[in-house]
Design a protein around this ligand. Structure first.
Ligand code: ADE
Ligand code: ZN
Ligand code: ZN
Length: 280
């Protein structure tokens, strides 16, 4: 009797240990999957948008520019390197370029280089890229680096909120919901609308509005500053389109996805113009 009691207690203890282990394993699994989903939610901001701009530009390059770029990028596409400037953000060695992704200056005023961010901004960044690429004395290594940066920044220039207000970090501080998930105005325009559209960058580039030669030339008129003012004017409409804590969904894309698609197309066509000017 004593012996069987002992065996029962032994079995009970074993069962308890097993139950505890199962609980621990379960908790580990839950924690692990939660951290995985956290990483999955970590946005690769605007990857599809930037690739679309690169692909559209590729379709508008002169033969000579294409040849020179193929040599620098080892035959990789513009789309392939269009997110390079975002990827290097995780490396502290490239912190100097962080402010090159945007430019903030008072709406309806002229951009004043004297008042510009001392660390550099989107306009100064683009001008530097172009200068280095045009300079016959630049090293091949520098040309490759600044070409990759230029591809990205021409995309940023066409996201209206990269020419937004400094006080809300280009809409990053305007918190709202996208299909009931936490987001912010900047992110909606960087990626939420584009990602919800569920087209690949290739499909986006292949389904741009059909434009005449004259329409393409008209888009390519002017220069960096004209295009910056155009984006800033759009930013005003974007700010007026929401209230804090809005829950945006289908209706917002219905109203604004056409603008996003147009901006991506203009970005691509103008990137090609800048590259055709640099490479002849
Ligand atoms: N990202 C971080 N700060 C920003 C700003 N001030 N404007 C636009 N984009 C930003
Ligand atoms: Zn950027
Ligand atoms: Zn952005």
């Amino acid at each position: 009797m004593i012996k069987s009691n002992y065996i029962l207690r032994y079995l009970y203890t074993l069962a308890k240990i097993f139950e505890m282990k199962t609980k621990i394993t379960l908790a580990t699994l839950i924690l692990f999957s939660m951290s995985l989903s956290l990483f999955a939610n970590k946005p690769n901001w605007g990857a599809t948008g930037h690739r679309t701009v690169g692909e559209i530009a590729d379709n508008h390059l002169s033969r000579k520019a294409k040849k020179a770029i193929d040599k620098l990028l080892d035959c990789h596409s513009l789309a392939f390197y269009s997110n390079f400037a975002d990827e290097i953000k995780s490396d502290k060695a490239f912190d100097n370029y962080y402010t090159w992704h945007y430019v903030n200056f008072e709406f309806d005023t002229n951009y004043d280089p004297a008042k510009a961010d001392k660390k550099g901004d989107l306009i100064q960044g683009l001008q530097t890229c172009i200068k280095i690429l045009k300079d016959p004395l630049s090293s091949n290594e520098d040309k490759v680096f600044y070409l990759k940066m230029l591809i990205h920044f021409m995309g940023d220039l066409h996201q209206p909120l990269h020419v937004g207000r400094g006080e809300d970090k280009g809409g990053n501080d305007i918190k709202l919901k996208w299909f009931r998930e936490s987001s912010n105005l900047h992110r909606v325009w960087d990626s939420d609308m584009i990602d919800s559209y569920k087209m690949s960058y290739y499909e986006m580039a292949d389904n741009t509005d059909k434009l005449s030669k004259a329409q393409v030339q008209s888009i390519q008129k002017g220069g960096l500053l004209d295009w910056v003012y155009e984006s800033q004017a759009l930013a005003k409409t974007v700010y007026a389109s929401v209230k804090n804590d809005d829950n945006l969904s289908y209706r917002y894309s219905y109203d604004y996805l056409a603008t996003v698609r147009q901006q991506l197309q203009k970005g691509g066509i103008r990137l090609a113009k800048v590259l055709n000017d640099i490479f002849g």
